[in-house]
Design a protein around this ligand. Structure first.
Ligand SMILES: NC(=O)c1ccc[n+]([C@@H]2O[C@H](COP(=O)([O-])OP(=O)(O)OC[C@H]3O[C@@H](n4cnc5c(N)ncnc54)[C@H](O)[C@@H]3O)[C@@H](O)[C@H]2O)c1
Length: 594
């Protein structure tokens, strides 16, 4: 029988505590909330009243229900009032000694059956538990801000937590309408541990001038569908808070990737704390304002960089696969004449047929007129000879992801394409400079990394090796904007921006699973519900394909040699066993065969 929680206590009525009180009281549970003094108690009561009034104003709560909810809450300044509660959630400031004192005092006040929970974001539940006489009855109950809105609750077990206590607390969270996940006692738990490692890496990319802040943020929003980019999110969280979390993670793990990027300390010292101080990675209209205003780092819109730009009218596409077909369609739709070089006539016709099919779909959906379809198709000309690319101003290579094959194409292009033309590769994992080196004109070679499906995905990573001429980069940036895509600039390193940030995170999640720290379902749920990501890491790995993911992780590891980038053995084993994800019906999960 699951335990019933009739009365609970909450200690500390600040941002989190007041929200947690509301969650319990909404769920029909009597709450005794204890603050340190009258002034803080009054402030806590006002927070609760204001939050529930907002819920009424937004028609999320009836007036009578609000009255009943408030009637279930008693606010006190005396811990003795917690004598007969079934559970206490502690939400006092994030200091180990303070929390330990609260738990030691509660041990004396509460009955032997009372469960103790801490809402700490980063401190060790184990350390707190040993400061009570009932370590087996202590868990973490990590709510997210704002607690009444956020569904995720991380329930943290220690090595001595009683399994029944764990299931009772998890059951209570479900009863309150939350989505609890269970994990071990590691700094950052699931969501913050994975999130902050990724954020720290993005800050490092900014610090090393690998990519600009707008481009880093746009890459993750458009490339992965994240609700916010990493630097905008750091500003929202607060750089000081982020630093503390990373520092705690580092002290526990000694993992270099958790060591806060040095620029964070400098920014904090300079008072650049993020939105709350009006400036962090971005500049805001005022302290606390979400409105970003332009500053000295704001880049000019694409095409308005000033300086020289090359003229691009006629575009060549080399290749006949999924990406080549999508890219040819995108250029033709935007009014460019496109020559597609195929190895055989049949393959060339296949590209035209593929574009026709895609345009036809748009016509059926009413998104494209029949005349626009015909005009677009008329702009695409297939050919089997490189010579027909002579007059192109820009040639985009999208052949197989094999360096020798690509280098042969670049050699052929170098022989025939007019001087001054731009030669681009769509490689997602090979060094662009290797393509440049296969020509006598490395300054004209650049990477244009489209995402699949190219006709839909907005992001294009523009990759400039050290050899690329500045006017080539700026021309390609402007052309990318003209075809309705969002260009981001980055250097020529494995993974560019998106894969270099995404795959280490997916690998961290795999290592968490492998260590039995939490289940795949709970890790997926924590990242979806806690961070608002469109998919959890295992759902995503299964979609991408585990073999593809392993290849990307290997290339990142080989380039950077960061120990944490080495693919988790679990991924290698799944690939060896032929479990490649959705495409084989089995990966991290089993799928119904179609
Ligand atoms: N803010 C967040 O986004 C967030 C999210 C999840 C967890 N947390 C964690 O929740 C906890 C509380 O954070 P917060 O943001 O609500 O802080 P806060 O500063 O807003 O609130 C803390 C409250 O505790 C009260 N307090 C201090 N000492 C006390 C004592 N001895 N007895 C009773 N009350 C006492 C303070 O008066 C204050 O009202 C921290 O451990 C924090 O890490 C915060």
């Amino acid at each position: 029988m699951a335990r019933e929680f009739a009365r609970v206590g909450v200690v500390g009525l600040g941002t989190m505590g007041a929200g947690i009180v509301e969650v319990f009281a909404r769920g029909g549970i009597e709450v005794v909330a204890v603050e340190v003094d009258e002034a803080s108690a009054t402030h806590g009561r006002e927070t609760l009243e204001a939050s529930t009034q907002r819920a009424v104003d937004r028609s999320k709560l009836a007036t009578d229900d609000r009255e009943a909810l408030l009637g279930r809450v008693r606010i006190s300044t005396n811990l003795d009032d917690l004598a007969d509660v079934d559970l206490v959630v502690e939400a006092v400031p994030e200091r180990l000694e303070l929390k330990a004192e609260v738990f030691a005092a509660l041990s004396k006040v509460c009955g032997p059956e009372t469960i103790f929970a801490s809402n700490t974001s980063s401190l060790s539940i184990t350390e707190l538990s040993v400061r009570t006489e009932r370590p087996h009855q202590v868990v973490g109950m990590h709510f997210f801000n704002p607690a009444p809105v956020q569904a995720l609750v991380e329930v943290v077990r220690t090595v001595v937590t009683d399994p029944e206590v764990l299931s009772d607390v998890t059951g209570l969270a479900v009863q309150l309408g939350k989505s609890p996940v269970v994990c071990g006692d590691r700094a950052g738990f699931i969501a913050n541990n994975l999130l902050f490692t990724y954020l720290n890496q993005a800050v490092g990319m900014f610090e090393s001038h690998y990519a600009g802040r707008e481009d880093l943020d746009a890459a993750m929003r458009y490339g992965c569908g994240y609700p916010m980019g990493p630097l905008a999110l750091m500003d929202l969280i607060g750089l000081d808070t982020a630093y503390e979390i990373l520092d705690t993670m580092y002290r526990q793990s000694r993992n270099q990737r958790h060591a806060p990027a040095p620029i964070l300390k400098q920014m904090i010292t300079a008072g650049l704390l993020g939105r709350k101080s009006g400036r962090g990675f971005y500049t805001y209209a005022a302290p606390g304002s979400p409105e970003v205003v332009a500053d000295s780092l704001t880049p000019p819109p694409p095409g308005q960089e000033g300086g020289d730009q090359r003229s691009v009218q006629r575009v060549g596409v080399v290749g006949t696969g999924t990406m080549a077909t999508g890219i040819a369609e995108v250029f033709a739709k935007s009014g460019y004449d496109v020559v597609v070089r195929a190895r055989t006539e049949a393959k060339g016709e296949g590209v035209v047929a593929g574009i026709r099919k895609s345009l036809e779909k748009a016509v059926v959906k009413g998104k494209l007129s029949e005349s626009a379809r015909d005009e677009t198709l008329a702009r695409v000309r297939p050919t089997t000879t490189f010579d027909d690319l002579t007059d192109c101003d820009l040639v985009v290579e999208a052949v197989a992801e094999d360096l020798e094959v690509k280098q042969a194409v670049f050699g052929a292009l170098d022989d025939v394409v007019k001087q001054g033309a731009i030669l681009a590769t769509t490689t997602s994992s090979l060094p662009v400079v290797e393509c440049a080196a296969a020509t006598q004109r490395p300054d004209d070679v650049v990477g244009m990394h489209f995402f699949n499906p190219a006709s839909v995905m907005k992001l294009v990573e523009i990759v400039s090796p050290i050899t690329t001429a500045p006017d080539v980069t700026s021309t390609v940036r402007a052309v990318t904007a003209k075809i309705g895509k969002h260009p981001v600039l980055c250097g020529d390193r494995a993974g560019f921006i998106v894969n270099a940030l995404l795959f280490p995170y997916l690998n961290d999640a795999t290592a968490m699973l492998e260590a039995n720290y939490a289940t795949a379902d709970d890790i997926d749920s924590a990242m979806k519900n806690g961070c608002g990501l469109p998919m959890g890491p295992f759902a995503l790995l299964d979609v991408v394909g585990l073999d593809v993911s392993l290849a990307i992780e290997r290339s990142l590891y080989m380039e950077f040699r960061v120990p944490g980038f080495a693919p988790a053995p679990l991924l290698e084993h799944l690939v060896t066993a032929g479990r490649l994800g959705r495409k084989t019906g089995q990966g991290f999960r089993d799928y119904q065969k179609k």
